[in-house]
Each structure stands twice: as structure tokens, then as C-alpha cells.
Write a protein that binds this ligand. Sequence first.
Ligand SMILES: [Zn+2]
Length: 317
Amino acid sequence: MGKIFYRYNSHTLTYERINLSVGQRIMNIFRHLLTGIVIGVGLFFILNYLIDSPLEKQLKRENKLLTAQYEVLSHRIEQNQKVLDDLQQRDDQLYRSILNAEPIPLSVRQQGFGGSNRYEHLLDMPNSELIISTTKKLDRMTKELYVQSNSYDELISLIKTKEERMNSIPAIRPLSAKDMKGLSSGFGMRLHPLWGVFRFHSGVDLNANAGSPIHATGDGTVEEVGWQGGYGNCVTINHGFGYKTLYGHCRDLLVKKGQKVKRGQKIATVGMTGDASGNHVHYEVIVRGQHDNPSKYFFMDLTPEEYDEMMFISENR
Ligand SMILES: [Zn+2]
């Protein structure tokens, strides 16, 4: 049922009924529709852009929370980096220094940073600055941890070598305390007991009864064993790391050339073979081809006082 329209006629002063054509009616309908659409679209934009939906409100809250958490994480990464910096510093200045290893240069510790395209995919994110700076910090820490872990591996192998070195360097007397009857001749220039002339004495002479055991003073390999001129029956041990020891005037020889020996192992017995005026072991320490005072290498056996006394005697007799 269509609406009935009237128009006021000012000439006849009456309302006249208008009969609208179908076209006019359709146009009317369109006009109403258009008004409706314009109002609808307007309301949509107002609701959409000015008033948040509950979901949007929730997402914004969540986003705020995530940003705050990201900031906390970023701060914690910084704190962990400080701990790592401290570990690196101790590694360079203490551990590596103790084991005679060079400090790791900063260029190695921090290499592989600064690739500018690395974080490009993060650029179009909201909060990209916070995300990129946090990612950078984490990347740096990961890399530095890797270098630090390698450094510790290297130190472990150095410690093992050091342990081997500690076991190899001559560090005890070749005679046990109960067998030793004193030092009859020290290291250096001295009057030769048989020939009565001043000569360089390249070792120390330690007195003991004939047959007392002579011990290897460090781990090593027997390099020479047998008669050696004035030394008589003699054993030479190569300890590696530049160290050799020699034991002269022995009565019995108990090792073979090429044999591996351990510190403290019995290698010969005391005698007076070769140029000797009494039963004693002539003991030498040779460091990279140079004779050194063997008394310096008795440190594992002695208290500091005993060591001082030994050094005094060995240098003054
Ligand atoms: Zn001697």
C-alpha cells in the first residue's frame, strides 16, 4: 500500500492529491536508502575509529603488557651481559694469565656484529626499536658466550699439559731422606776432591750407603744408561719440556734405554763407580742444555726452612 501525497495549491487554496509515477516512487525509495547508507557509514567510522571494541581494548592492554615485559627482558639481558663481562675479564686477567695464555682480543670476543640487514625484517613492527635493540643484545651475548666457552675448553687442555709438566719437572731428591747422609759437594766452582784443582761441578753429590736406592726425580724416558767415563755407571732421563737429569757413580743400573719412568721410581743404586772417592750419587739437572743447581729442584720434598738450608749449603760448600 503506497503512501498518498498532497500538494498545497496557492491559487485554488486547496490541497490537491498527487499521483506519483512508478519512477518517482522508485527514486523516493533510493533517496531513503542513500540517506540510510550515509548515516550507517558515518556511524561505522565513528564506532570503528573513535570507540574501541572490547576485543581491541583487550589487545591494546595485552600489547602494553608485552611491551613492558620486553623492557624487563631487555634490562635482564643487560644485567646478564655485565656478569658475562666480568667472567671474560677474569678469564683474560686471571685464568689465562695463570696458564700463560694470551688474553682473547676484543675483536675476537665481539666479532660478527654490525650486519646492517640482519634486523631489517623487524623494522616494520610497532615497537621495532625496542625489539631490535633487545635482539641485538641477545645476539651479542650468545656470540660472546660461545667464545667464552671455547676459551674454557682451551684452558682445560692447558691445565692437563701443565699437570703433565708438573709431574715431569724434577722436583724431589734422588735419595730418600732416610738414606741420605748429607751433601758432600755443591753445585758450581769447587776444589776437586781427587785432583785438588778448582773445577766446575755440574751437579750435587749426595752421600748414602752403597746399594741405597736412587729414584727418578720426575716422569720421563731413560735416554742413556751405562758406563760414561768419570761418571761410571750412569743414567740420564729425558723429562721433556727441556729438562734432563743425570745420576752418576751408580752401583747397579735397574732401567733400560727407552724405558718410561715415573717420579720416585727406583732406577739404580748408590755406588762409587767412575771417579768417586766414596759412595754417593752425582746428580745433575740440565735445563735446555744448561746445567742448573739441582738443589733448586728439591722443592717437593722440603719445608721452606729445609729448602733454604739446602740452598745455603749447596751454594757455599
Ligand atoms: Zn759430583
